[in-house]
Design a protein around this ligand. Structure first.
Ligand code: ADP
Ligand code: MG
Length: 236
């Protein structure tokens, strides 16, 4: 099922007198049940593409749909509500709240949405269970390894049960073993029907991808995994 769609979406940033085209016209459809890797060098436009898909920024031109809603003309408040209902975000730096326990961190988005505490905490425990983190409910973030903190951050992104999870360089601060654990968890979520999008500059992550979008100099191109690998081999 389609979750997000860009049709000719572009992003141009104005800095002083000059314009920076962060993303040239892009056509992409994202569906549930797939792990899509957005890969490219630093500054190529990956975060811009992710931000458009997640309705964090408005396109300069072109059209964006999120879960069937056409976003053109939506107010900031309406965009925020659309985002809240449909997208979970995961970042490189985990962004957990230091004085809160693991369970409280994951329950927080639901508390902020006005859910009853008991309901929020039950959902938090269920999300943490999906990520294999049930044994650390009362721990503080600093007591966990980087990989465990990222699994908590993924549980937090998942707690409101959004159809799409967007991850910006989620493994960039992790060692190889934690990277594999985190990527396998994200792959499980995709297999369960979520749309999972992972931005990375790390070619080692292609083994986890169902589909690849390669971003070069603000231009996004669809690749199958085997096309991408063939192209890599031809450059060696
Ligand atoms: N808010 C902004 N204002 C001005 N330029 C920006 C802004 N965000 C990104 N850019 C520029 O757009 C280009 C793409 O950035 P980004 O999408 O963050 O790339 P990546 O995530 O691949 O490193 C870069 O040249 C960057 O400097
Ligand atoms: Mg980036």
């Amino acid at each position: 099922m389609e979750i997000a769609r860009l049709e000719g979406a572009t992003k141009v940033y104005r800095s002083g007198d000059s314009d920076i085209t962060a993303l040239s016209p892009t056509y992409i459809t994202i569906s549930g049940g797939e792990l899509v890797l957005i890969i490219g060098p630093s500054g190529s436009g990956k975060t811009t593409l992710l931000s458009l898909l997640g309705c964090v920024i408005y396109p300069t031109q072109g059209k964006v749909w999120l879960n069937g809603t056409y976003t053109d003309g939506l107010s900031d408040t309406a965009m925020a509500r659309l985002r809240l209902n449909n997208v979970g975000f995961v970042f490189q730096a985990f962004n957990l709240i230091a004085p809160l326990s693991v369970e409280d961190n994951v329950a927080l988005p639901l508390i902020l949405l006005g859910k009853k505490s008991a309901e929020a905490h039950a959902a938090a425990r269920a999300a943490l269970d999906r990520l294999g983190m049930s044994h650390r409910l009362r721990s503080l973030p600093k007591m966990l390894s980087g990989g465990e903190q990222q699994r908590v951050a993924i549980a937090r992104a998942l707690v409101s049960d959004p159809p799409m999870i967007l991850c910006d360089e989620p493994t960039a601060s992790l060692d190889v073993a934690s990277t594999a654990i985190v990527m396998n968890k994200l792959k499980d979520l995709a297999a369960s029907g979520k749309a999972v999008i992972v931005v990375t500059h790390d070619q080692r992550l292609i083994q986890f991808a169902d589909r690849i979008i390669e971003v070069t100099n603000g231009t996004a191109s669809e690749r199958t995994v085997s096309q991408y690998i063939k192209n890599l081999e031809s450059k060696i």
